[in-house]
Structures are given as structure tokens and as C-alpha cells.
Write a protein that binds this ligand. Structure first.
Ligand code: TTP
Ligand code: MG
Ligand code: MG
Length: 361
């Protein structure tokens, strides 16, 4: 079955948040820094706004070099405020997660959702969903982001990076080949500087060349498994599912109800297969959770979300049903409309049995 996947990446995330916090910085180069504390200007650039990037400032660059690039521009240098960014990140991803069937928190400023069903397998509808998401994030958080839509996670991610800032790029299945062909090979996530340089020695610079490369030669150079992955990626093939990656901080499922309703038992009945899917993932990933959330979206597409933190982490799926029911009841009691979509999520995930928590990865 063909899928439609949407990848969202917030534009110059930390710096954009700082611009919102300090409107007086707008228009100036803004550089967010990780200070090492050795002396006043030692450390590296975390990120910068687009004004600063015009002067060649980049993530990972020593702060001293950024200062030199920006001399005389009135640039602002700030320390990172992780707590603030992570709070805003969660708010944004909460919005994103309600628009598709499966959601994955891919990084602090990236979310992936599968929208095959939400978009009725139509790329036109998928694009409308993307526009709505952008509008909601701009309205609620004053942040712009860039979105890519494609038949899988790989293509969607590359597409999200294609036009930045405030981009929206849709790549339909029959456009994948032409879309990737002329890109430098390091546009493929996972191909870093080392692989890129090595491929260059084989005369492979762009994705089309990688796609058409001799599998045997690539196998000799990279090993069979990596070679297979390289060629598949160059063809734009990626079978990985949304919502089962390691780094995710929540597992969520959402669906459209058969009829618009505010009947609690009816909603809970519809939730059974979703809870089952979440329970399967809990088992597969050997995780426990300590927060459960419920989302209802009414006839006017207004979203209501509530969540509850447990006293102790658990892996028990019955807890999900119990708490979700309570949360749905609360939302219903505080509203008057019927609901069109309903969803459940678990958060604050940890590996079970004394294994590392997800946060440590
Ligand atoms: P990115 O999405 O890579 O970058 P960005 O959001 O700043 O810019 P854009 O997406 O518009 O190109 O990273 C997200 C955040 O992660 C970024 O705002 C700061 C942080 N970060 C670092 O701290 N160090 C790094 O080297 C990178 C790449 C990002
Ligand atoms: Mg970003
Ligand atoms: Mg990012």
C-alpha cells in the first residue's frame, strides 16, 4: 500500500524562538551559542538566524569565528536556553501529531507523521494538511517551519530541507527520481562527509550516479549491507515505519471517528485498536511510560488535549485505556460540540528492566 509521509522541520529553531522572546532582535543577526566557559567567547555556535547565515555563520562554528564574521553588524550573541526550546518543541509537536495517524518526534525541531489516511491517499489533500499545520504553528507559536511530503520518510525529510525557510515541497511517487537525481549525495541523511568524499573518489557525486553505480563495486567499498542501503536511498526507497524509531519521546495514534459524536463509550470503543497498536509497540520496544494523553478534535477542527502523569512508570496497556477514558470524559464535560477525531498517546518513555532511558541515547 502506498504511503504519504510528512516531515516538518522548524526554521532556524533556537534563534527563531529567541527572536520571538526578544522582538527587538528582529532584523539583526542572532547567534545562539553553547559557551564552554573557558573564556568569555569560547564555545561553538548552536544555530543562528538567516541574517547571520548571510555572513557565513554556521552551526558548530567556533563562536570566535562567528564574532569575526559579524563584526560591525550589531549582531546579538545569546546562550542556549534548552528548557525554553524543549517546552516550545513539545507544544509544536503536539500540534503536528494530531494531523496524521502515526507520529514520531524525530528531533527537537523535527516531527514525522504518516498522513496516508488523513489525506485519503491524495497528495493534493496532503498539501492542504501541510498548509493547515504551518498556519496553526504560526498562529500559536509565531514560528515558521518547512515541510516535505513524499511516499516515505527519506523523501519527505529531504523535501523538508529543499526550500527553507517557510518551505513546502511535495514530491509525488513518480517525481522521486527526478527530484533526487541531481542532488549531492550528502543530501541523503546518513551520508556524511567521510562517505561523500569516498564516493567522490569513485566518481560518484550526485544521487543519480549513486543510483546507477555498480552494486558489486559499492559492496566492495562499503560492505554489502551499506551498499544496499546506499542504492535504495539513491532510488528514494525507504520502508522504515513512522513511529518506531528509537529517539522518539512519545507514541501516539489518532483516527477519524465513524460518526461525529460525544458519546464516551462509543469513542472508547473506537480507541480499542489504537490502544492495541500502542500496546504492541510498548512490548516490541520494551518501554514503559509515565504519562498518558488524549486528544479530541471537534467538528470545527478545534483540538482539545489533556494528559496525566502517573506516579510510577508502567508498561501496562490497561492503564492507557483507564486514563484515556478519564481524560476524554473531562474534555467532553468541558465542551458542547461533537467530535470528529480522537487520539491517544503515551509519553515520558523509558526502557524497561534497568536499561538506559531514551533520554540517554
Ligand atoms: P536544525 O534543524 O538542523 O537547524 P535550524 O532549525 O537551526 O535551522 P534550519 O532548520 O532552518 O536550517 O537544528 C535544530 C536545532 O538544533 C537548532 O536550532 C539548534 C540545534 N543544533 C545545535 O545545537 N547544533 C548543531 O550543530 C545543529 C545542526 C543544530
Ligand atoms: Mg530546523
Ligand atoms: Mg532539524
Amino acid at each position: 500500500m502506498e504511503r504519504i509521509v510528512l516531515h516538518l522541520d522548524i526554521d532556524y529553531f533556537f534563534a527563531q524562538v529567541e527572536e520571538n522572546e526578544h522582538p527587538e532582535y528582529k532584523g539583526k543577526p542572532v547567534v545562539v551559542c553553547v559557551y564552554s566557559g573557558r573564556d568569555e567567547t569560547s564555545g561553538v555556535v548552536s544555530t543562528s538566524n538567516y541574517e547571520a547565515r548571510k555572513y557565513g555563520v554556521k552551526s558548530g562554528m567556533p563562536i570566535k569565528i562567528a564574532i569575526a564574521h559579524l563584526k560591525g553588524t550589531g549582531a546579538v550573541f545569546l546562550p542556549v536556553d534548552h528548557e525554553l526550546y524543549s517546552r516550545i518543541s513539545q507544544g509544536v509537536m503536539e500540534i503536528v501529531s494530531t494531523y496524521g495517524e502515526k507520529f514520531e518526534y524525530a528531533s527537537i525541531d523535527e516531527g514525522v507523521i504518516e498522513i496516508s489516511e488523513a489525506a485519503h491517499r491524495s497528495y493534493g489533500e496532503a498539501k492542504e494538511i501541510a498548509e493547515k499545520i504551518k498556519k496553526e504553528i504560526l498562529g500559536k507559536f509565531h514560528l515558521t517551519c518547512s515541510i516535505g511530503i513524499g511516499p516515505n520518510r527519506l523523501v519527505a525529510k529531504i523535501a523538508s530541507d529543499f526550500r527553507k525557510p517557510n518551505g513546502l515541497t511535495v514530491v509525488k511517487p513518480d517525481e522521486v527520481g527526478a527530484f533526487l537525481e541531481k542532488m549531492d549525495v550528502d543530501k541523503i541523511p546518513g551520508i556524511g562527509k567521510k562517505s561523500r568524499d569516498f564516493l567522490a573518489t569513485m566518481g560518484i557525486h550526485v544521487v543519480g550516479q549513486l543510483r546507477d553505480a555498480d552494486p558489486a563495486l559499492l559492496g566492495e567499498a562499503f560492505g554489502k549491507k551499506t551498499a544496499g542501503w546506499l542504492i535504495n536511498s539513491a532510488k528514494g526507497i525507504d520502508e522504515t515505519e513512522v513511529g518506531i524509531a528509537w529517539e522518539q519521546k512519545q507514541v501516539s495514534r489518532i483516527m477519524t471517528l465513524k460518526n461525529d459524536t460525544r458519546d464516551l463509550d462509543g469513542i472508547m470503543n473506537s480507541m480499542k485498536p489504537l490502544v492495541q497498536e500502542i500496546a504492541d509497540e510498548i512490548r516490541e520496544m520494551e518501554i514503559s511510560f509515565s504519562s498518558v494523553g488524549a486528544t479530541l478534535i471537534d467538528e470545527n477542527m478545534k483540538t482539545f488535549t489533556k494528559s496525566r502523569t502517573l506516579a510510577h512508570p508502567t508498561g501496562d496497556a490497561n492503564e492507557i485505556t483507564k486514563i484515556a477514558k478519564m481524560l476524554f470524559a473531562e474534555i467532553i464535560s468541558e465542551t458542547k460540540m461533537n467530535f470528529r477525531r480522537a487520539g491517544i498517546k503515551i509519553e515520558k518513555l523509558e526502557k524497561r528492566k534497568g536499561q538506559k532511558t531514551l533520554g540517554e541515547f
